[in-house]
Design a protein around this ligand. Structure first.
Ligand SMILES: [Zn+2]
Length: 106
């Protein structure tokens, strides 16, 4: 299998990546990264302003990491925590995206 986990050498430390085949996958927690429209992406009512600022910073960092990698020619996929339970759907999304790179997604 041609990938590494937690690739710190790349912007945003993708959870999985292959630097020679130029793909990167982020697996994001729905709460911490505020998955849009997801029931897990709640905002705590206590200290709401703090959480909103924190989540905004996380989203911003995610967006900058993704665009930095794309500018370098990487194909970038974000998989959400709530989607990981649906393994076949994740597998088909990833294999579709990474097919040209010859990646065997298990
Ligand atoms: Zn989610």
């Amino acid at each position: 299998m041609g990938y590494r986990k937690n690739v710190r050498a790349l912007r945003g430390s993708p959870d999985f990546a292959n630097r020679s085949r130029y793909w990167a996958v982020f697996v994001h927690g729905c709460f911490w990264h505020q998955h849009p429209g997801c029931p897990r992406a709640t905002i705590p009512t206590r200290n709401r302003a703090f959480w909103e600022a924190k989540f905004a910073a996380n989203r911003d960092r995610d967006a900058r990491a993704t665009s930095a990698l794309r500018r370098k020619g990487f194909r970038v996929v974000t998989v959400w925590e709530c989607q990981v339970a649906d393994a076949p759907a994740v597998k088909s999304r990833l294999s579709k995206l990474l097919k040209s790179g010859g990646v065997d997604v298990r």
